[in-house]
Design a protein around this ligand. Structure first.
Ligand code: FDA
Length: 301
């Protein structure tokens, strides 16, 4: 059986990555990645908007090796924000701090973020910092707090599988947070390993964040969690404009439009770019049964 760990291993394997990216996002990848260019991404976002769905785009590219690449990545974010404004679409931007140089030089990463936030603010747009693996958590929250001293149009994501998230949520009161279960393989000393425990903690942090009056983006494909959040918000008179649901592009598309047609805000996370490989592998790790054929196709070419 192909396991979660196997795909997480492949997500960091350079040899397979080089072979796969040579062929472009074909096979299963095409259904979950909106092409390689900004134009392709904008076309996808327009189609989603026409179905009543908001979007957040993410230019894929996780591992930068030097300052020049980190600056290039910042410039690409700026270009994407300009394209969103020009297209007039309902869409914000998600990004990863490592792609802006977090592992190279914190000050470089901060300066890149300040530039992006300034442009986003000019366009009246919002920036979501994706949460990466546990080794980047403290640095991400620390930088977020610093950026929030100058900009309010920025938030991050908090992972339900971590023991400390309930406490982090309290420290981040008032900030627009995306709440997720968590996509990386983390050790038992920092993260729940059992699905039931992750689900319970996930629901707890959603409730805590909403009850303290903060905006929550509930990002999950789990219909059981979604139903519980709908019931919880009704019981607690939390308005449909005080939170949103989010799902990934290409996943549970019927459910996405169903939720939007009930009057909830549904935002679709739309990844695009040439560096799609690690993203695709993490999605396979979450649901190997959906697309396990894809990896065999890529390796045999
Ligand atoms: P999970 O995978 O636990 O599934 C629960 C149940 O839901 C399944 O048993 C099944 O019944 C149903 N289900 C799920 N997917 C289905 C499908 N495709 N078809 C049919 N049924 C399905 N992670 C991270 O670490 N940092 C981040 O910044 C982000 N960002 C992010 C943004 C957005 C918009 C989303 C949706 C997710 C993320 N993630 C993330 C990933 C997240 O942490 C998590 O790994 C995945 O969403 C998988 O967990 P789920 O909650 O979706 O359901």
């Amino acid at each position: 059986m192909i396991t979660r760990s196997f795909f997480l291993f492949l997500s960091q394997n350079k040899f397979v990555k080089n072979r796969a990216t040579k062929w472009g996002p074909k096979f299963g990848a095409k259904t979950v990645i909106a092409g390689e260019t900004i134009n392709e991404a904008m076309k996808t976002v327009r189609e989603l908007n026409e179905k009543g769905l908001a979007a957040t785009v993410d230019h894929l590219g996780e591992f930068v090796n030097n300052r020049e690449e980190a600056i290039e990545s910042m410039e690409y974010c700026v270009k994407t924000l300009d394209a969103i404004a020009e297209s007039g679409v309902d869409c914000n931007l998600s990004l990863k701090l490592t792609s802006l140089g977090l592992d190279i030089d914190r000050n470089l990463c901060r300066d890149n973020m300040l530039r992006i936030l300034e442009i986003a603010q000019g366009h009246g747009n919002f920036i979501r910092i994706d949460m990466e693996d546990y080794s980047h958590l403290d640095a991400t929250l620390d930088l977020l707090q610093e950026l929030r001293q100058q900009f309010s149009n920025v938030g991050t994501a908090i992972q339900g599988y971590l023991y400390r998230s309930e406490n982090d949520i309290r420290l981040l009161e008032g900030i627009n947070l995306r709440l997720i279960k968590g996509a990386y393989k983390e050790a038992p000393d920092v993260a729940y390993q059992q699905k039931e425990e992750v689900d319970q903690n996930y629901l707890n942090i959603i409730k805590s964040h909403m009850l303290n009056g903060s905006y929550a983006a509930v990002a999950t494909h789990d219909h059981r969690i979604i139903d519980k959040v709908k019931a919880f918000t009704k019981e607690n008179n939390i308005g449909k404009d005080e939170f949103e649901f989010q799902m990934l592009y290409g996943f549970r598309t019927q459910l996405q439009t169903d939720i939007a047609s009930e009057g909830y805000k549904m935002r679709v996370y739309v990844p695009f770019g040439e560096d799609w490989y690690a993203y695709f592998m993490r999605r396979l790790a979450e649901r190997p049964q959906n697309v396990s054929f894809a990896i065999r196709g890529m390796l045999s070419k």
